[in-house]
Design a protein around this ligand. Structure first.
Ligand SMILES: OC[C@@H]1[C@@H](O)[C@H](O)[C@@H](O)c2nc(-c3ccccc3)cn21
Length: 608
C-alpha cells in the first residue's frame, strides 16, 4: 500500500506529518542542506552514505559546463533527481538556480532586462508575464527553484547590486513583486495565508531576497551594515516581503548584510519573531551561499567554517535550509552533534524540515520531479523574445530630446542616407545583458543568442541607408560631411556582488572624449547601458542632442531601436533619482541639499 505522504490527494499538512514521522535525524538534517553541484560531479555514484541525495536540494549554478544549452542541463538534473528518488524515502530535490532575468545561466535562453529596467516600466502585469516565461525556460532544464525575485530597495546607487533592485522607492518595489505569481502561478483565494504555493509543472518555487535591508547598507557597501531604527527598516525595506508572503512566496533568502551591527543570518528576532511569527511566513528561510559558514570561521587561511558556532547561531535564529555549505558532510555531523547535545532543539529541526517538505509537496515535485522535455522548444523562442523586446521598450527612459525642445532629434529617420553608430556598448551582447548572464560576472562579446543595438539599427533602417560603425570613430570618419546623425552607446562593463570593475557610477573617461568628439560634429543621441544612474558632466549633457537611459536591456536590443526610430513612444520613468555628481551620494530627496540632475519618476515622451 502506498504511504500516505505519497498520495497527492492527501492534504499537504498530513503528508508533511506522515513523512517527517518516518525520518531519522540524519535524514532530517540532510533535507536542510542545498549543496553545490560540484560534490555530486566528483562523488562516486556508489557513495555508501549516498549523502548527496539525501539532501534537500542542489544549486545547479551554471549547469553542466559554461554556456551550455538547456538541453544539456536536462540529463544533469534528471540524473540528480533519479538518485534522490533512489534514496530510502525518495524525497525529490529542490534544484535551484539564479534565474533572475530569464533562465540567464544557460546558453540561448531569453534574457530580460535587469530589475532596475523593469522598475522603470512600472508595469506589474508585464513583470508577471516575465515571471511565467522565466519559469517555463527554467523548468525546461529541470530547474524547479529560482533564487528570485530580489526585492531590495536600493538607497545608494554605489551598491554594486543596484541593478538587481527594482527601485529606490518602496511602493514601486512592492508593485513589482507581482513577478512572484508569474514564477509560482496564482494561488486560489482560499489558499492558507503565508503558506507556500506553486501552481504546477510549468512554474517555479520562488525566493524573495535578501531579507532584510540589503539595499540600505551604509555607503551602499555590499554585505554591509544597515543602520536605522526598526520602524524605518520595516517601512522601507520589509514592506515588499509582506506582498511576497501575501502571494504565497515559497522561500525567503537571508541577507549577508547586518542590521545595526548584527548579522541577519543569526538574527533570531528578524528571521523568527518577525518573518515567521509576526508576518506569518510558513515557507522556507534559506541562507545565502555559505551565509552560515561566514558567521564564524577559524581564522586560518582557507575558509574553514566553525559549524559548531555557525550552525548553532544560524539554525537557532531561524535558518531552515543552508545553501552551499563549503563542507556539507562536516555541517551534517556538527549539526547532528548540536542536536544530540540539546544545543539545537529537535523542535527547531522539525520546524525547518516541515517547512521544506511543505514547499516540496506544494510545488508538486513528488509527482513531477523530472524535467519536461516538451518545454525545450519554448526556450528562447520568438514569442518569449517578443515579450522581452516589449520589456526593453517600456524600460527606456528619455532624459533629453533636442537642444531646443521644439526641435527634438528623436524619433530618428529610418530612411536617413548615412548614419554613424559608435561606442563600446553599441555592438556588445554581453555588455547589454550585464552580470548574471551565462556567467555569474557577465562578460563582453557574443555570449549568447540575441540582438545588439548595431544589429537592430541595421535591421531597422532602409536598404539605401549606409550604417557606419566604429567603437571609437576616427578623425577621418568624423571629417565626413554626409552623416545625418550619430547613435552612441556607452556605459558600464558588467559587475556583480563584490566584484566591481568600474571606477564608480561614471561614464569611462575614454568614452567621454569620444562622445565629445562625435557630438562636436553630428546630432547625437547618447544611449547609456548601465546598471544604475551614472554621472554625466553638465557640459557633456549640453553637447548631446538626446539622452536615453537603457539600463541593462538583455538579449533583445531591438526594443531600443523600436523606440528611438519612432515605432513606439517612450513610457519609462526613472525608478531611481539621477544624481548630478558622485559626491552627492547617497542622494536623498529629504535633504535640503537635494539637487539631482533628474528626479525619481522623470521621463519624457514624444506625444505630449
Ligand atoms: O547563487 C546563489 C546566491 C544568490 O542567489 C545570491 O543572491 C547571492 O548573494 C549569491 N552570492 C553567491 C556567491 C558569492 C560568492 C562566491 C560564490 C557565490 C551565491 N549567491
Amino acid at each position: 500500500v502506498r504511504s500516505l505522504y505519497r498520495n497527492p490527494r492527501e492534504p499537504t499538512e498530513s503528508r508533511v506529518r506522515d513523512l517527517i514521522d518516518r525520518m531519522t535525524l540524519e535524514e532530517k538534517i540532510g533535507q536542510m542542506i542545498m549543496i553545490a553541484k560540484a560534490p555530486i560531479l566528483t562523488r562516486p555514484v556508489d557513495d555508501p552514505l549516498n549523502c548527496c541525495f539525501a539532501v534537500g536540494g542542489v544549486n545547479a549554478g551554471r549547469g553542466p559546463r559554461d554556456a551550455a544549452p538547456v538541453k544539456e542541463w536536462v540529463e544533469m538534473t534528471e540524473g540528480w533527481q533519479r538518485r534522490a528518488l533512489d534514496s530510502r524515502l525518495g524525497i525529490p530535490l529542490m534544484v535551484g538556480v539564479d534565474a533572475v532575468h530569464g533562465h540567464n545561466n544557460a546558453y540561448g535562453t531569453t534574457i530580460f532586462p535587469h530589475n532596475i529596467a523593469l522598475g522603470a516600466t512600472r508595469d506589474d502585469e508585464l513583470i508577471q508575464k516575465i515571471g511565467a516565461i522565466t519559469a517555463l525556460e527554467a523548468r525546461a532544464a529541470g530547474i524547479n527553484y529560482t533564487f528570485a525575485p530580489c526585492v531590495a530597495v536600493v538607497r545608494d546607487v554605489r551598491w554594486n547590486r543596484c541593478y538587481e533592485s527594482y527601485s529606490e522607492d518602496t511602493d514601486t518595489v512592492r508593485k513589482m513583486t507581482s513577478i512572484v505569481t508569474g514564477l509560482q502561478g496564482r494561488p486560489p483565494p482560499d489558499h492558507p495565508r503565508g503558506h507556500p504555493f506553486v501552481a504546477g509543472r510549468n512554474n517555479l518555487i520562488a525566493c524573495a531576497k535578501h531579507f532584510v535591508g540589503d539595499g540600505g547598507t551604509s555607503q551602499g557597501e555590499n554585505e554591509g551594515d544597515t543602520r536605522m531604527d526598526y520602524a524605518e527598516l520595516e517601512k522601507i525595506h520589509m514592506a515588499p516581503y509582506i506582498d511576497c508572503i501575501s502571494q504565497n512566496v515559497c522561500t525567503v533568502m537571508a541577507s549577508y548584510s547586518s542590521f545595526n551591527g548584527e548579522k541577519i543570518h543569526s538574527h533570531k528576532y528578524l528571521l523568527t519573531d518577525v518573518l515567521k511569527n509576526k508576518l506569518g511566513f510558513k515557507g522556507v528561510v534559506i541562507s545565502d551561499w555559505r551565509g552560515i559558514d561566514k558567521l564564524y570561521q577559524n581564522n586560518n587561511r582557507c575558509m574553514v567554517p566553525d559549524y559548531l558556532r555557525s550552525a548553532l547561531a544560524g539554525i537557532n535564529a531561524g535558518i531552515d535550509m543552508v545553501l552551499g555549505p563549503c563542507d556539507h558532510k562536516k555541517f551534517q555531523d556538527d549539526l547532528r552533534m548540536l542536536v544530540e547535545l540539546g544545543k539545537v532543539p529537535i523542535s527547531r529541526i522539525d520546524d525547518a524540515v516541515e517547512r521544506i517538505l511543505r514547499v516540496k509537496f506544494s510545488a508538486g515535485i513528488f509527482e513531477d520531479p523530472m524535467p519536461d522535455r516538451s518545454l525545450l522548444d519554448l526556450v528562447g523562442c520568438k514569442l518569449h523574445r517578443e515579450v522581452a523586446r516589449q520589456a526593453v521598450r517600456k524600460s527606456l527612459v528619455l532624459l533629453k530630446n533636442g537642444k531646443d525642445p521644439k526641435r527634438p532629434l528623436l524619433p530618428l529617420q529610418k530612411n536617413a542616407r548615412k548614419i554613424l553608430v559608435a561606442g563600446t556598448h553599441a555592438d556588445d551582447l554581453g555588455y547589454q545583458c550585464g552580470a548574471w548572464s551565462v556567467s555569474w560576472a557577465g562578460s563582453s562579446g557574443r555570449t549568447t543568442e540575441g540582438t545588439t543595438i548595431l544589429d537592430a539599427v541595421k535591421a531597422t533602417v532602409g536598404t539605401e541607408t549606409e550604417v557606419v560603425y566604429e567603437k571609437y570613430p576616427s578623425v577621418n570618419t568624423l571629417s565626413a560631411h554626409d552623416f545625418q546623425f550619430a547613435i552612441v552607446a556607452v556605459g558600464e562593463p558588467p559587475y556583480v556582488e563584490h566584484i566591481s570593475s568600474t571606477d564608480g557610477p561614471v561614464i569611462p573617461s575614454d568614452a567621454v572624449d569620444m562622445i565629445d568628439a562625435v557630438a562636436d560634429k553630428l546630432p547625437t543621441v547618447l544611449i547609456l547601458i548601465s546598471g544604475r544612474p551614472i554621472e554625466i558632466k553638465a557640459e557633456l549633457l549640453k553637447k548631446i542632442d538626446a539622452l536615453v537611459a537603457a539600463w541593462l536591456p538583455g538579449t533583445e536590443g531591438n526594443g531600443i531601436t523600436d523606440v528611438i526610430f519612432g515605432d513606439y513612444d517612450f513610457v519609462g520613468r526613472l525608478p531611481v533619482t539621477w544624481f548630478k555628481r558622485v559626491d552627492q551620494l547617497p542622494i536623498d530627496h529629504k535633504d535640503a541639499s537635494f539637487d539631482p540632475m533628474f528626479t525619481f519618476n522623470y521621463g519624457l515622451r514624444y506625444m505630449k
